[in-house]
Design a protein around this ligand. Structure first.
Ligand code: SF4
Length: 338
């Protein structure tokens, strides 16, 4: 059963200041945090539209602000509005800042069926965090993560490669530091420069020059591979595609199918590993079998992977669907496609 979130956006609610890259009004498409009766209405309507199986898999999700820094009365009013519906679903998940998590607020969240807390870590490099006006340190991420774990909740970490002053090595260290914490889930949001943010001003002045887009695709694909190898679920890659973000993005790494680009790059790397291991590339055309659901990823957008092997090695690849090949594996060789 596909997981569904009943998303409720609280744009910038609880945030002590504006981080250099952030505009939650654009990202969420919502102008203001909701009143409790609006939360109740959204949950009621969504739950009524779900089948029993869908309800069992669904979570009510408060995103877009610093939930644990909300004024306590407003926070509990939102949770109370959601509580009857959370009881019919898997529970409530929310995102927040690491420096606003303590045992007292976690105890409150637990009383209201919150089962998962996601922290905006963004980077585990203190210099990068400071340069982007985060107002917390990597140690805050580790400390808050330990508290969430101790409270028995699912832990999620969100990271943002490609921030101002971050280089590839720093972003790789962040991936390793996140793996060392060992969250249940991660979201990877390669940096998008949004109009009106301090990051946009740094970009316009020439102080912030993002690394090339293609490099970020390769680096993010490698990060996904690292997390997957450590048993950490990657539940989101790239900002949610929306008219608002595409209209307001002035640079950085926005693409409506960023995850697909990265998964395609993973397929390219797997095929390349087999082909280059051969050493001589004797075949003019290689047959590559992948799971049928993954054919488009293996081929790449606009046949990017097929063109890559033609241009780089002078060989053709023919991608075939084969139910026997697990997702994200490739079988290379042979002549026939089934
Ligand atoms: S990144 Fe998080 S803490 Fe910073 S302004 Fe945006 S929502 Fe608030």
């Amino acid at each position: 059963m596909k997981h569904k979130n009943i998303a409720i956006f609280v744009p910038h609610a609880g945030c002590p200041h504006r981080c250099a890259f952030c505009d939650q009004h654009t990202i969420t498409g919502h102008p203001a945090p909701p009143a409790p009766d609006e939360v109740e209405a959204v949950c009621r309507e969504a739950v009524a539209s779900f089948s029993a199986d869908e309800r069992a898999a669904a979570e009510i999700a408060f995103f877009g602000g610093s939930f644990t820094a909300l004024p306590r009365g407003y926070m509990t009013a939102l949770l109370e509005a959601a509580a009857p519906y959370a009881a019919q679903c898997r529970g409530i998940r929310l995102s927040t800042r690491p420096d606003t998590v303590d045992t007292s607020v976690l105890e409150t969240l637990r009383r209201y069926s919150v089962t998962a807390v996601e922290l905006g870590a963004q980077s585990m490099d203190d210099a990068v965090l400071a340069a982007n006006d985060r107002g917390h340190t990597a140690a805050d991420v580790s400390r808050a993560s330990a508290l969430i774990r101790a409270a028995g909740m699912e832990l999620g970490l969100q990271i943002m490669p490609g921030l101002y002053t971050a280089d590839a090595a720093s972003d790789r260290r962040t991936v390793e530091a996140v793996c060392a914490i060992g969250p249940d889930t991660v979201r990877i949001y390669p940096t998008v420069i949004l109009k009106g943010t301090r990051l946009a001003a740094l970009h316009a002045s020439g102080a912030y020059v993002p690394r090339p887009f293609d490099e970020m695709v390769t680096e993010t694909a490698a990060a996904m591979e690292t997390f997957r190898a450590r048993g950490i679920r990657v539940i989101k890659v790239g900002l949610h595609a929306s008219d608002g973000v595409s209209a307001e993005a002035v640079g950085g790494y926005y693409h409506p199918a960023f995850r697909e680009l990265c998964e395609s790059r993973l397929y390219r790397a797997r095929i390349e590993a087999v082909i280059t291991a051969d050493g001589t590339h004797p075949a003019r055309t290689w047959t590559v079998r992948v799971h049928p659901r993954c054919i488009s990823k293996a081929v790449g957008q606009k046949r990017a992977n097929v063109r890559y092997f033609q241009d780089t090695y002078g060989i053709g690849i023919r991608i075939c669907g084969d139910e026997a090949v697990p997702p994200f594996q490739v079988h290379v060789g042979g002549n026939a496609c089934f």
